[in-house]
Unconditional design. Structure first.
Lengths: 106, 167
């Protein structure tokens, strides 16, 4: 675990760069986080739809959604998800949205 | 002995897999599903994926068959039922129905939906030319998501620089 400075705040992240405490996240950190993990910026409205959905699911269920769940329920299709987050939508959206990495095989 | 604390470990040098080519060669539910899970899971990790369907594995991309893929109940010790019982009429259909129900309960996709989804993730879907010829299958019998029918040589060329997984 390490801490780093994001939008002027000191944030705890794990070895893979995921937030340890989702409550430390604010929207103005998203662009910097996106750039860090190769998500195309500037973030679009669709990116934000996914990010907000990730956080909503995390706070409701205790874990972020898988790609399939995102494709079914976030309002963004799987094809679009891979355009928005080319190197893995659920994983990268979780990282940019400041929640832990979702666990799930499908 | 030197003990390195986790904080001192250099995670930036962790080995990664950038590309996998997964061969699906079997036509039963329990033998085609794992390859699909691996393909989908690889895409979810941002890994480049090619899926190569050969022999009975072609059923997973066959329009008329991909919705009717069954669990093999004969010669399948993992099911823990006697082989003679597995061969009785209707047993395969029953066991398949049960497994499909469990898959649905977990909100996992069926084979047909799963293959379509994997194509949407950007994975390449390919059919084996030798098997297509062997079974006399026409291109139009395969689902539209299939990118091409290719030779084994073309498969190896495509798999270059990555890992190959045979299932």
């Amino acid at each position: 675990m390490t801490s780093k400075l994001l939008a002027g705040a000191e944030i705890e992240v794990n070895d893979e760069g995921f937030f340890v405490d989702a409550n430390q996240w604010t929207e103005d950190m998203a662009t910097e986080l996106a750039e860090e993990c190769g998500v195309p910026t500037p973030l679009t409205e669709q990116h934000w739809t996914v990010l907000h959905y990730m956080r909503q699911e995390y706070f409701e269920k205790g874990t972020g959604p898988t790609v399939r769940k995102l494709g079914k329920s976030s309002g963004v299709s799987i094809k679009e998800l891979y355009q928005l987050f080319p190197k893995g939508p659920a994983k990268l959206a979780a990282r940019v949205a400041g929640i832990p990495k979702p666990r799930g095989c499908i | 002995m030197t003990v390195t604390s986790p904080a001192e470990l250099d995670t930036s040098k962790k080995d990664t897999i950038e590309k996998v080519s997964i061969i699906i060669s079997k036509g039963s539910l329990e033998e085609s599903y794992p390859g699909l899970i691996m393909a989908n899971g690889a895409r979810a990790e941002g890994i480049e994926v090619n899926l190569f369907f050969t022999f009975f594995g072609l059923d997973a991309i066959h329009k008329d068959r991909h919705d009717h893929i069954k669990v093999a109940t004969v010669g399948n010790p993992g099911l823990h039922i006697p082989t003679w019982a597995g061969g009785l009429p209707g047993v395969s259909a029953l066991v398949t129905k049960k497994m499909e129900h469990q898959i649905e309960e977990l909100d996992f996709p069926g084979i047909a939906e799963f293959v379509e989804m994997i194509s949407d993730t950007g994975a390449g879907l390919y059919a084996c030319l030798a098997s297509v010829d062997l079974f006399g299958i026409k291109q139009e019998e395969l689902i539209e998501q299939v990118d091409n029918i290719i030779t084994v040589g073309e498969f190896y060329e495509m798999a270059g620089g990555g890992q190959i997984i045979f299932t």
